[in-house]
Write a protein that binds this ligand. Structure first.
Ligand code: CA
Length: 241
């Protein structure tokens, strides 16, 4: 069978084939959304109960969740809060019935990326999903994570275990370099030319000094910075001491 070339590609293959979890109890909507999204190239999993929906969303890996608010077992807002805590990067689009305006506001406050009021068109849902997937893809390209450290390259904010860590420009560049090569042993010379960008007096201890600053700032109580000294070679971030 020959297929008609009917569609102009509108999204990258990764966005088109993304996996979506639909948590919705109304069979008519489940059927309509599932067929529609599958026809658009998405992989769709469905849960029709709040408890099962939350469990599946937390345990399995999806790129997007479409979440009804009124569900048997557990309400959508509770699920939303649990997802925000456990998977802050996972976009969630909330489905609400007309008139549930307050729920909608609460939903956005609880961390929904977007919402749609029933009845909605499939084209609108697909457009919202693609927009959220693009935003999520952009965010993941601007955030580097390793161990419990998170660096946002756009805002230049650094967090360790969720807590803000203010760094100087040089400390920031050093941390980004270590994070990008986490688990690798980096020599002082490598670090020096990557971060300071020029040939330096090989006798300089500037790398060791800045590693010291960074360790001090990243230390959290009893938890030292995950930057390890590799004797007579250099330093390594991550993968244990
Ligand atoms: Ca419902």
């Amino acid at each position: 069978m020959q297929q008609e070339a009917q569609e102009i590609p509108r999204a990258s293959p990764a966005v088109r084939s993304a996996s979506v979890l639909l948590i919705e109890d109304e069979p008519g909507i489940v059927d309509f959304v599932r067929r529609g999204l599958e026809a658009e190239g998405f992989t769709v999993a469905v849960e029709q109960d709040g408890v099962a929906g939350e469990r599946t969303a937390l345990r399995e890996s999806f790129e997007m969740v479409v979440l009804d608010l009124m569900l048997p077992g557990r309400g959508g807002l509770q699920i939303l809060r649990a997802l925000r805590d456990a998977k802050p990067g996972l976009p969630v689009i909330v489905l609400t019935a007309r008139g549930e305006v307050e729920d909608r506001v609460t939903g956005l406050e609880a961390g929904a990326a977007d919402y749609l009021v029933k009845p909605f068109s499939l084209a609108e849902l697909v457009a919202r999903i693609r927009a959220q997937l693009r935003t999520a893809a952009e965010a993941s390209a601007t955030v580097i994570q390793g161990e419990d450290i998170e660096v946002n390259l756009l805002t230049r904010r650094v967090r360790r275990a969720g807590e803000a860590v203010p760094l100087s420009t040089t400390e920031f560049e050093l941390l980004v370099y270590l994070l990008r090569h986490r688990g690798q042993v980096l020599s002082r010379e490598q670090i020096l030319s990557a971060v300071w960008g020029y040939e330096h007096d090989p006798a300089t201890n500037i790398v060791d000094v800045y590693i010291g600053y960074l360790r001090r700032k990243l230390r959290r109580g009893e938890s030292p910075a995950p930057i390890y000294t590799v004797r007579s070679v250099g330093y390594r971030l991550g993968h244990g001491g």
